[in-house]
Write a protein that binds this ligand. Sequence first.
Ligand SMILES: *Cc1c(COP(=O)(O)O)cnc(C)c1O
Length: 248
Amino acid sequence: MDSPLPETFSERHAAVEARIAAACARAGRDRADVTLVGVSKTFPPEIVSEAIRDGVTVLGENRVQEGLAKAPLCPSAEWHLIGPLQRNKIRHALSLFTVLHGIDSEPLLHDLARVQDETGARPDVMLEVNVADEPTKHGFTPAAVRDALRAALADGVLRVVGLMCIPPFVTDPEQSRPRFRALRELRDALQDEFSLALPQLSMGMSGDFEVAIEEGATYVRIGTALFGRRTAGAWKPERSPDSDSYFV
Ligand SMILES: *Cc1c(COP(=O)(O)O)cnc(C)c1O
């Protein structure tokens, strides 16, 4: 970002909130239809606690073990997994996260359904779409997401609520607009084809969330603009005695 960030969490939160409200107004959307996910990865529980007390009550973590270690040290909040989920961590993920943003393969969907069956957990699931077909990125191709959705519905227990994307990094947020629009149009097409509601679109980060809101985002995942830059020496969970058996 070009301009320096305000000093305090409250000021940064107010600035982000004002930008969300302005983007909603420009798009003729209701502010209540957009949920701010504060991306707290690498930040220590003291700072995340401050965020929660300031009203950022939905937090996003991209690593299961970091979220599991951090959440008990913070006031109660809603925790979302925004990063990839490894198949051997599903059970642990479901003990904390109620929304999974980045489900990105059919084997993972099947394992998730099996664990949900066993545990009774019913998280909201979003399918990640590799909107620019980047070989290095996670996510279903727009073509493969159809088959994934069909498989997910066949499993019966999965609650697929929408789509998520992380478009390629660009310096001008306008360059992300066609990607966000493509995700929304894909969502619209899937809703028609499968006759089901997919109300959620998880798209937009610090650099481009206003454009994402204009294109229909219902979850914006914002780290830097709220918490500041992530640095080396970031917070790491302490190893618990059984961490090896949990997180291989
Ligand atoms: C880190 C992260 C974000 C937040 O990025 P910022 O640019 O700091 O806002 C959003 N989504 C995902 C999946 C991330 O891993």
